[in-house]
Design a protein around this ligand. Structure first.
Ligand SMILES: [Zn+2]
Length: 389
């Protein structure tokens, strides 16, 4: 299942929008616009607290006479939400640019509800590169936050009408605080926040990478659970619960990815594939195919015609065929013809990645056009268990 929308390329990296990101904009706009009066006092509070510490900064007051009328709170909400997501994008881009400088390939950037995910191509992270890469994002957020802060003072000094100055201060001040929060949030030493990466880079100097990852991910999961509990019991806050959920999933995915990369390292498809594959000719009838499935307990068969692989037929293909049509149909009528295949010398990690990306359970291995074997998700999981033992 692919929940992302491609929106273009930057520095050759495809950028995608996740559905959650698009759904989040009206939600954030509503949350931001819900109580502008209170928010304005909050922004003032932060700015004036800073002025208290750094005596040379002016104190400010935010005139909300423009922001608060009619639908304006929600218009401002949309502007701030878009500004926040722009900040998230710049944060993610900073990670990617540093990765590119180290010669690491970036598969794509996906913008999610809570931030971006840069999908970095196959190689295991090198702890020496990971540290600066992990820090680049939060430091960029801090920089952006300070930039918005300075712009807010600029607007304040520009002597616009109080209502217009108030609206600009509201937006710029809000974005300053949000980006600084993004900086602080990402310093939490738990996966999948950047702080988790920093922690892993540190742990990896004293233990194997897989263990360092598992430890950092477990801390992330523990943190997510605590946050979820706080979100339900202490202050009922749906946003906290959603964030906790995403942190948990992110921590889990990260540790899985590194685990399979470590365990499957240096293995090729040919080392684990099943060689004597049961195949069916294209003219096999569907009832015959079903009988074979019962007899062998195999739920999929490669379809071979005169020695060449021409398709794959699975139980799903059978299910998709209405029952009354089955007697009259042959395998060639229902099989999948466009197949994902790999050569025998392909890396096992590549096979696993393909299965995960495309949501498929097995990949036929071909040499030229002849079937050399088949590798399934179960085969790979068993190899991982063997290697862990
Ligand atoms: Zn980051």
């Amino acid at each position: 299942m692919n929940w992302s929308l491609s929106i273009g390329k930057i520095f050759g990296i495809p950028v995608k929008l996740h559905v959650s990101f698009i759904l989040a904009i009206p939600l954030f706009a509503w949350l931001i616009g819900r109580d502008v009066e209170l928010t304005a006092r909050l922004i003032e509070g932060f700015f004036n607290a800073a002025a208290g510490i750094f005596g040379f900064l002016p104190t400010i007051t935010i005139d909300t006479s423009l922001v608060a009328v009619a639908m304006n709170p929600y218009v401002v909400g949309v502007v701030v939400a878009l500004g926040l997501f722009f900040g998230v994008f710049i944060h993610e881009l900073a990670h990617c640019l540093l990765a590119l400088r180290h010669g690491i390939k970036i598969h794509s950037i996906t913008l999610l509800i809570l931030g971006g995910v840069s999908s970095i191509e196959d190689d295991l992270p090198d702890p020496r590169h990971e540290l600066p890469m992990a820090l680049a994002g939060p430091l960029t957020s801090l920089g952006l936050g300070l930039l918005f802060w300075i712009l807010a003072y600029g607007v304040y000094a520009a002597a616009l009408s109080p209502a217009v100055a108030g609206a600009s201060l509201f937006v710029l001040g809000y974005l300053a605080l949000l980006n600084i929060m993004l900086f602080l949030f990402n310093l939490i030493p738990a996966f999948p926040m950047d702080g988790g990466r920093v922690l892993r880079a540190f742990l990896a100097t004293r233990m194997p990478l897989a263990r360092a990852t598992k430890l950092a991910a477990d801390i992330g999961k523990g943190f997510a659970v605590l946050m979820g509990i706080a979100g339900v019991l202490l202050v009922f806050n749906p946003i906290l619960i959603i964030i906790a959920f995403f942190i948990y999933i992110g921590a889990d995915q990260e540790s899985m990815m590194v685990r399979y990369n470590v365990l499957l390292k240096d293995l090729r498809v040919t080392d684990v594939m099943t060689r004597d594959v049961l195949t069916v000719p294209p003219a096999t009838t569907v009832p015959e195919l079903i009988r074979m499935m019962y007899a062998t307990k195999h739920l999929a068969f490669p379809v071979v015609d005169q020695g060449a692989l021409v398709g794959l037929v699975t139980l799903d293909d059978v299910h998709r065929t209405p029952e009354i049509d089955r007697d009259a149909k042959q395998v060639k009528d229902i099989m999948t013809r466009t197949l994902v295949t790999l050569p025998p010398d392909a890396l096992l990690t590549a096979a696993f990645r393909l299965m995960t990306q495309q949501g498929i359970g097995r990949i036929p291995i071909v040499e030229g056009s002849t079937l050399a074997g088949i590798v399934t998700r179960t085969d790979i999981l068993r190899v991982m268990e063997l290697r862990e033992a």
